[in-house]
Write a protein that binds this ligand. Structure first.
Ligand code: FES
Length: 100
């Protein structure tokens, strides 16, 4: 299970779950359209860790950006993404651990 750290919390991806699905399951505010690497709408900033792609995505992906709809998390990652409705609080006051 791949460990994911976001701006607000930590969680583990379920077997076969995409990063986009995991972010949605844990209440993150992430946008999407195609869910398959074409549009680039789901683009996130990768702060730490590595991902890979089965096929190179058609959407532009800048250095330190990832597409959570189609990337494979290959080591623990830290991404810039907030839980929906989360206020701007200091990280240590709001960071929670989720082990689904
Ligand atoms: S939702 Fe279109 S590239 Fe991810």
């Amino acid at each position: 299970m791949s460990r994911v750290t976001t701006t607000d919390l930590h969680f583990h991806l379920l077997e076969g779950e995409s990063l986009l699905d995991g972010l949605e399951r844990t209440g993150h505010d992430v946008e999407y359209q195609c869910r398959s690497g074409y549009c680039g709408v789901c683009r996130l900033t990768l702060l730490e860790g590595k991902v890979s792609y089965d096929e190179p995505p058609l959407a532009y992906v800048g250095q330190s950006e990832i597409l959570p709809c189609c990337c494979k998390v290959i080591e623990p990652i830290h991404v810039e993404c907030r839980v929906s409705g989360q206020a701007e609080l200091p990280l240590e006051l709001e960071q929670r651990e989720f082990d689904f």
